[in-house]
Design a protein around this ligand. Sequence first.
Ligand code: EPU
Length: 426
Amino acid sequence: MDSLIVRGGRSLSGTVEVSGAKNAALPLMAATLLAPGQHVLRRVPRLADTHTMVRVLEALGARVRWEGPAMHIDTSTCSSVEAPYELVKTMRASVYVLGPLLARFGRARVSLPGGCAWGPRPVDLHIKGMEALGARVDIDEGYIVASATKPRDSEFGSSLRGTRYTFPISSVGATGNLLMAAVLAKGLTVIENAAIEPEITQLAQYLVAMGAIIEGVGTTRLEVEGVPELSPTEVEVIPDRIEAATYLVAGAITLGDVTVANCRPAHLGASMAALEATGARITIEGMSVHLQSSGRPHAADLTTHVYPGFPTDMQAQMMALASIATGTSTITDTIYHDRFNHAPELTRMGADIRVEANVAIVHGRDRLKGAPVMATDLRASAALVLAGLAADGETRVSRIYHLDRGYERLADKLVMLGADVERRPE
Ligand code: EPU
């Protein structure tokens, strides 16, 4: 297990390139299961999570190889429909294979993911979506066992039937799973209150490129006319909006001057607005976003919402920034009510944070002080690194395998911006 040693106090400046988005790559990788053959996914980030998804696909019989940042996936050799506990327990997003397996083979056995570092994250809506399409779903020995056996003379791979389904709450993953199953289900499926996160929009576009018929892509109402089969194709993963915004916060928290290149500014609206509210100056030029600090950040209240609202995946990083702001910020997470693992660790660095239910009240302090800290999830770990960049002295962030799940070459990229960061075996 490695640690990250961060010696704070340097102002970051320069340009950083954004990698492909983890949360887009994972469902795209699962979607390759829908069409037997050779798929090419370009700009796939090399992360622990994409490697885990490779292992899930391999467990199902697919052949996967990397060629630089391009991933070649051959799904013609798939022979198993079981995603095992050993893999799913390390990454919830493995559950994305449920819809594709069921639609292509008429059956799937996918381990239930279990708990998450910040409380329950159920998959009941994924299951309800499959049931709405006519699948029979049981829970057996910790596995979701789904079946929709292909009728004898059907050209479709399963007995799934089009349906009308309204999500009671917006869910990124459950929308993706239902969409992937519906594209190969006979008849018309109407999905209401669908998630419109850019990662789901890209998934829908990829499915259309494979031959799926989907109306309303990018809106909360998706109409899917099922087709009996799809064809493999190529896709380039969209830039990671959370990684991009994290580097913008790195610029703001070090009172620096940072350009994030090769991103989609249109996906960063809420994060840029939140940073501007703290006084940072932001300019957009083509595919780049430039942040220039105007001095110590001001306090600003923040509430997470589904896209295009402020993303929960940036809440921890903005809390690190609020820790050194002038004034008091109130940060509310409406997506995950107890995603505040970073608060007590930031407090160890001198931050003044009180958490009440799903609200954190952050009284900004002049300075933070480096400390040994540890986080239990990806974005919380990122927040601690950011706080370390601004703190006096040395911060040792341990258990950085969390960071390896979602930030490609984080230490290298920060060093290129002038940070004093070093990866060290623990
Ligand atoms: N929910 C249910 N039942 C379900 C599914 C979700 O109650 O069956 C609830 C969740 O507990 C949560 C809300 O619905 O309160 C929204 O969760 P969603 O399903 O949208 O989240 P997800 O698909 O599991 C993805 C990202 C997360 C990100 C959330 C919210 C991926 C692989 N993961 O998770 O990313 O926080 O959407 O935007 O796309 C991260 O990258 O650090 C990360 C955790």
